[in-house]
Design a protein around this ligand. Structure first.
Ligand SMILES: [Zn+2]
Length: 208
């Protein structure tokens, strides 16, 4: 340890973190020097925490991984910002903190882009929500890809395994008229963008 320069060691730890946060466990256990490097801002900001993204209940307040997750969040890890933004919405309903976290994660997380639009629409902020949805659609190659991301966000929402609270039941508004093609279509890929948002927003509201 004494013969390898600290910046080089830190770079090695950063590369290990890119392979998944569980890889860091043995480094944390190996002693205070490596533990300090694992918890270095530059390591946690870009650590691979996909496991939290796809098994979202690991980020819940009663999870044994919560304190590690919060460290990643404090270091600005965009996947942590996405998961915490979504968790706050599901657990506590509409909030500016949830929106701010999702917005911060947007440049690197396509799930955050979709969730931001979805949660704004469900919070009664229709115009802002549709603007965020247009930004989401502009990053997506096809309607098929948009559907798979939207379905994943609903899966991530359900995977928190939080009890239904009905917190969005009275805030969800959808413009001034019922989405037209939603009423005449069975295939989600054939919906216009507005009806696409409506279809996923009512499903999100029902999950929360
Ligand atoms: Zn339509």
């Amino acid at each position: 340890m004494d013969i390898i320069p600290h910046p080089l060691l830190l770079d090695i730890v950063r590369r290990v973190a890119h392979h998944g946060f569980r890889e860091l466990g043995s480094l944390i256990a190996s002693g205070p020097d490596f533990m300090a490097m694992v918890f270095d801002r530059s390591v946690l900001a870009e650590a691979d925490i996909d496991e939290f993204v796809f098994v979202t209940f690991h980020a819940n307040v009663d999870s044994i991984y919560r304190s590690f997750f919060l460290r990643c969040l404090e270091c600005g890890n965009p996947d942590a910002q996405f998961v915490e933004g979504l968790r706050l919405a599901v657990a506590e309903g509409p909030s500016q903190l949830s929106v701010d976290l999702l917005r911060a994660a947007c440049p690197t997380s396509i799930y955050a882009r979709f969730s931001l639009g979805l949660i704004l629409v469900c919070s009664g902020r229709y115009d802002e929500g549709m603007q965020a949805m247009e930004a989401f659609f502009s990053c997506i190659p096809s309607k098929e890809a948009a559907v798979s991301i939207a379905e994943m966000v609903l899966h991530q929402t359900a995977t928190f395994r939080l009890p239904r609270s009905g917190l969005f039941d009275h805030t969800f508004v959808f413009g001034y008229e019922l989405p037209h093609c939603y009423l005449n279509n069975n295939n989600v890929e054939d919906l216009c963008r507005r009806c696409f948002v409506y279809y996923f927003a009512i499903r999100f509201q029902e999950l929360c």
